[in-house]
Write a protein that binds this ligand. Structure first.
Ligand SMILES: NC(=O)c1ccc[n+]([C@@H]2O[C@H](COP(=O)([O-])OP(=O)(O)OC[C@H]3O[C@@H](n4cnc5c(N)ncnc54)[C@H](OP(=O)(O)O)[C@@H]3O)[C@@H](O)[C@H]2O)c1
Length: 366
């Protein structure tokens, strides 16, 4: 029933005409709230726009002005109330949870000053009052020589996900044959470059479409697989005749299955995400995990928020790699707070290249 209603509405509303109905402005707090639980990819009707007075900070709080917001597949789970992040599940009517970069414009907090640029849990809103508790995971942005937009992606939780998933959980080795799915996405585009840093023998990126595959070659892949037009099992056999040493999995489903069928001895698989499964009605059932046995392989997951204690180590290393040209940040920035819902939908349509973020206000002059 719900499904047919969604299909009907889809015919009448597209993202462009929906987004044009809204315009963020200063002097009022614009917010995106959950209007209904998404079915399939997010639809315009799943979002509600509200305009409210700018909140006033109390003692121990600051007022933040949003500059950038990051987009991540997990936000659809927040909207569904099904995420496993450990935070309270969101309800219909709630301001959608999310992280971004903001400037402190008023402070009644002893440790945070007006003018500080911070990144943390701001939510989908143009102003935010926060008591800056550890729950909201706020950090001062200290990389003033780099664009602040990076703090909503490559130098934010997206970058920490790649760093922790690859270096801490992945045990990468020199001369690995490394395969990465979702390779042109936010985390994936970093993993491709990290595999170059650890001197993989061969880096193979899997992505949807010829354009993305061409882009992956420029980024550092030796070979690519366009999963939308090629057979992944066949191409893996061709490209990895001695098997995969390291597979970084961003998508799960059939691509994970195909990689499990083609492992080298002592292969390692990192389960980062499974975006190909998120919008399915029936959960995907992995049946061939036992392929790990014969090759004495390891498959393990990780959760970025368990690695927040590595924040300083991660930002220092990532910023140095960027300055040294070892990592090229790939960011896909949409303009205007009103574009947030459309930007989230892009992730599930494969429209983004690199980290999807949204610029809410201009970069401050430095
Ligand atoms: N474990 C953790 O703590 C953690 C932290 C961050 C992110 N993650 C997960 O890591 C993955 C990557 O996250 P991200 O933020 O960097 O997102 P992302 O890769 O930028 O996500 C969007 C990309 O996913 C691909 N995609 C979408 N639907 C797909 C499908 N049905 N099959 C195959 N690919 C599909 C699309 O690329 P194509 O055009 O190539 O299809 C799209 O551009 C996600 O699964 C996310 O949930 C996990």
């Amino acid at each position: 029933m719900r499904r047919s209603i969604v299909k009907k509405i889809k015919k009448t509303l597209n993202w462009e005409s929906f987004t044009k109905n809204y315009q963020a402005k200063d002097g009022v707090n614009c917010r995106w709230r959950i209007a209904q639980r998404p079915v399939g990819n997010v639809q315009p009707e799943d979002f509600a726009w509200t305009e409210e007075p700018i909140p006033t900070p109390k003692d121990g709080e600051v007022l933040l002005e949003t500059m950038y917001l990051g987009l991540a597949p997990v936000m659809r789970m927040y909207m569904m109330g099904t995420d496993r992040t450990g935070d309270k599940h969101q309800q219909i009517g709630d301001v959608i949870r999310g992280r971004g970069v903001a400037k402190i414009i008023e402070s009644k907090h002893p440790d945070w000053k007006v003018g500080d640029i911070v990144q943390g849990s701001i939510g989908w809103q143009t102003y935010c009052v926060s008591s800056m508790t550890s729950q909201e995971k706020f950090f001062k942005v200290t990389t003033h020589d780099l664009p602040y937009s990076l703090a909503s992606g490559v130098l934010g939780m997206n970058g920490l996900s790649a760093y922790a998933g690859f270096f801490i959980c992945g045990e990468p080795r020199k001369d690995d044959v490394t395969v990465i799915s979702g390779a042109a996405g936010g985390v994936g585009s970093l993993i491709v470059q990290m595999a170059r840093i650890t001197e993989s023998k061969r880096v193979i990126g899997i992505a949807g479409g010829a354009e993305k595959c061409e882009f992956l070659k420029v980024l550092g892949c030796d070979e690519t697989i366009d999963y939308k037009s090629e057979s992944v099992p066949e191409r893996l056999k061709e490209l990895c005749p001695n098997g995969i040493d390291f597979y970084f999995d961003n998508v799960g489903g059939e691509i994970l299955t195909a990689c499990l069928e083609n492992l080298a001895m002592n292969a390692r698989i990192v389960l980062c995400g499974s975006i190909s499964e998120y919008t399915r009605e029936t959960p995907f059932g992995l049946t061939n995990y036992t392929r790990l046995r014969a090759v004495e392989g390891k498959m393990g997951g990780f959760f970025v928020y368990n690695h927040v204690h590595r924040w300083e180590e991660f930002t220092n290393k990532m910023a140095d790699w960027i300055r040294a040209g070892k990592i090229t940040p790939v960011q896909d920035i949409v303009q205007g707070f009103e574009s947030m819902p459309a930007a989230l939908s892009r992730l599930f349509e494969g429209k983004n290249v690199g980290v999807q973020c949204c610029q809410v206000r201009p970069e401050p002059v430095r």
